[in-house]
Structure formats: structure tokens, C-alpha cells
Ligand binder design. Structure first.
Ligand code: GLU
Length: 329
């Protein structure tokens, strides 16, 4: 008899019928969102993790559960978001620009109308590293060498092609261009199976720590000169940048390395509900100091700067937050 009473009580409790109220304030449902990032030795992967961490803390309040996926990079992320396979992604600012204008990889597919910007994040440098034995000291020295320019789907692939073209090198004819993922390149360089590789990434990154920490001596190769200056002038999304050499004590360089770069940005689709984008944006910006501590590449971030470098329209949910916070009118 007693057992039956307990069972009835449990039954009623589970429907929230006892005392005419819910036993606990439970969200009606959980919304699962996935953030597309890059290789695990890049900065996108921990960035997706940092953003997910901020919003997941308030899981009970928002009913949102964010998870992170390692992917092939920027171009893959844009396409997966547009296909509805991912809700969010980290994407290079140049790739965001190209997707919203129907350029580069999107020339045939056309303008990606549903692409929406949320905020920008850390700066990324087009980074070239080579083994000392290869003798490569200038980007022009890549002629005839085995060079990883980036996997299809990555952001860096087009940056490598642009940089090579700017100094008069055709990646198909003038060098042995490889298209492996960034996570594999440091190992291949250390094994002597690559002479050099490009990676557009924030610093410090696991990939360059790995590339500079092995038995094969390597150096960062500066990317500059009149051709590169003209490239930066011609493309609205490129700007000069510097790789602080103190971040990589194993590299055979004497000083900081000059190159050019872009910004990492956080994007979504117009189809993702406003309240979801609002919640993610709010948690990152309301807890900004805490967010900044999650990766050394975020040191330079400011709230205002995180609204620069966006070329797609800002998602309505993010805009709602920026207006409330006085960051946008
Ligand atoms: N910039 C690279 C890309 O778009 C990814 C860099 C990273 O994972 O940090 O593919």
C-alpha cells in the first residue's frame, strides 16, 4: 500500500501536479547548436570551445546546449551553415566578404544571402614557415619547393594563392603545392616531407608550437615587398600584421616577422532564431573579461573592435544585444 502511495506521488510530481505548480523551473526543450571551427591545433577550435563555454553556463536559463566541431576551416564552415548542417562557425573576415559578395569559392554558387555576422574575434596572420635546410628565406624562394598551401575548405588556401601570385608565382606550375590539413603540416615539415607550409591563424597556435619544437630547425618567412603591398591595397580585407617571435622560442628567427592578415569572425545564418544568437552574443559580451582570458590570442580584443571587420549583415539577435548594450544605434 505504502509503495503505491509513493508511486502515485512520484507520478504526480513528474507532471508537476502537486501543490499546483512545477517542482522546478524546467525549460520546455533544449536547443542544440553546433559551432564549426577548424583543426584542433588552430585557434578556431579553442575559440568555439570558449564561446560554447560562455553560453552553456546558462543552460538552465536559455535552454541552449552548444557543442563544437573540428572542421576543414572557413570555407567548409560557411557552406555547412548555409546548408543547415551547422548553426554557427568561425570564418576568416576575407571569406565572409567573399561569401556575401559571391566571389572566390562562391563565384558559381553566387551571393550567400542568408549569411549573417555575429562579431569578429582575434586577428589572424598569413603565416609561412620553412625548414632552415630548404634555404627558403623569402616567399619568392618557394619556387620549385614542396609547399602546403592548405586543404580545400580552409580559409588559408586562397591567402596562400594570393600571396604567391602577388610575387609572381603560380601555385600550379611553379611549385609542388600540397593540400593537406593544417594539423598534419607540422609533422610533415619535421619529417622533411614538406619544405614549407602556409597557415592563416591566430598566434600563439598549437600548429606553430609543434612546427618549431622538433629536431628539424625551422624559421618563419616574412611575406612582404611591393607585390604584397599592392595586394593589400587592392583587397579591402587584407592588412599588414606582425607575428611576435617571443611566442615561438624554438624558431630560428632574430626578430618579429612581417606579414599580412585578416580577422577571425563569428557567423551564423538568418535562419537561426534571434533568441539563440542573442543569448550567445550576450554571454560573450556581458562576461567579456572572463572570455578574454580563455586564449592568449584574445589579449588585443575590445568590445568595439569586435564589431569591425564584418561584411555580412549583423544577425537580428546580435543586433538586439548591441542596441541594448549601447554598442550600436
Ligand atoms: N583560418 C583557418 C581557416 O579559416 C583556421 C585557423 C584556425 O583554426 O585557427 O581555415
Amino acid at each position: 500500500m505504502k509503495k503505491h502511495v509513493v508511486l502515485l506521488f512520484a507520478f504526480l510530481l513528474s507532471f508537476g501536479l502537486i501543490f499546483g505548480m512545477n517542482p522546478a523551473p524546467v525549460q520546455a526543450k533544449t536547443t542544440f547548436v553546433t559551432i564549426g571551427t577548424g583543426g584542433i591545433t588552430g585557434v578556431y577550435y579553442p575559440t568555439g570551445g570558449a564561446i560554447a563555454k560562455m553560453v552553456n553556463k546558462k543552460r538552465k536559463e536559455y535552454g541552449i546546449r552548444a557543442t563544437v566541431e573540428s572542421t576543414g576551416g572557413s570555407v567548409f564552415n560557411v557552406n555547412a551553415i548555409m546548408a543547415g548542417d551547422l548553426e554557427f562557425g568561425v570564418v576568416q573576415s576575407d571569406r565572409q566578404y567573399q561569401a556575401i559578395h559571391g566571389l572566390a569559392e562562391w563565384e558559381e554558387k553566387g551571393v550567400q544571402e542568408d549569411l549573417r555576422a555575429v562579431f569578429s574575434i582575434h586577428p589572424e596572420s598569413v603565416t609561412l614557415v620553412a625548414s632552415v635546410d630548404s634555404g627558403i628565406k623569402d616567399i619568392k624562394d618557394l619556387k620549385g619547393k614542396r609547399v602546403n598551401i592548405g586543404n580545400p575548405g580552409s580559409g588559408q588556401r586562397q591567402n596562400s594563392i594570393d600571396a604567391l601570385e602577388a610575387v609572381g608565382l603560380n601555385y600550379e606550375n611553379d611549385l609542388q603545392a600540397e593540400g593537406v590539413k593544417a594539423a598534419e603540416a607540422p609533422g610533415l615539415l619535421q619529417d622533411g616531407r614538406l619544405d614549407a607550409f602556409f597557415y592563416t591563424v591566430g598566434h600563439p597556435s598549437g600548429a606553430f608550437k609543434e612546427a618549431t619544437a622538433g629536431a628539424t630547425k625551422v624559421r618563419f618567412v616574412p611575406i612582404g615587398g611591393p607585390g604584397i603591398d599592392a595586394l593589400i591595397k587592392a583587397k579591402p580585407y587584407y592588412a599588414k600584421s606582425i607575428i611576435p617571435i617571443e611566442l615561438y622560442p624554438g624558431a630560428e628567427n632574430d626578430g618579429d616577422v612581417d606579414t599580412f592578415g585578416v580577422k577571425a569572425t563569428f557567423v551564423t545564418s538568418a535562419k537561426v532564431p534571434d533568441e539563440v544568437v542573442y543569448a550567445l552574443t550576450k554571454e560573450v559580451f556581458d562576461n567579456f573579461e572572463e572570455f578574454k582570458k580563455l586564449h592568449p590570442a584574445y589579449q588585443v580584443l575590445t568590445k568595439e573592435g569586435m564589431l569591425d571587420g564584418l561584411s555580412a549583415p549583423i544577425h537580428e539577435g546580435a543586433m538586439k544585444y548591441y542596441k541594448e548594450a549601447g554598442l550600436k544605434k
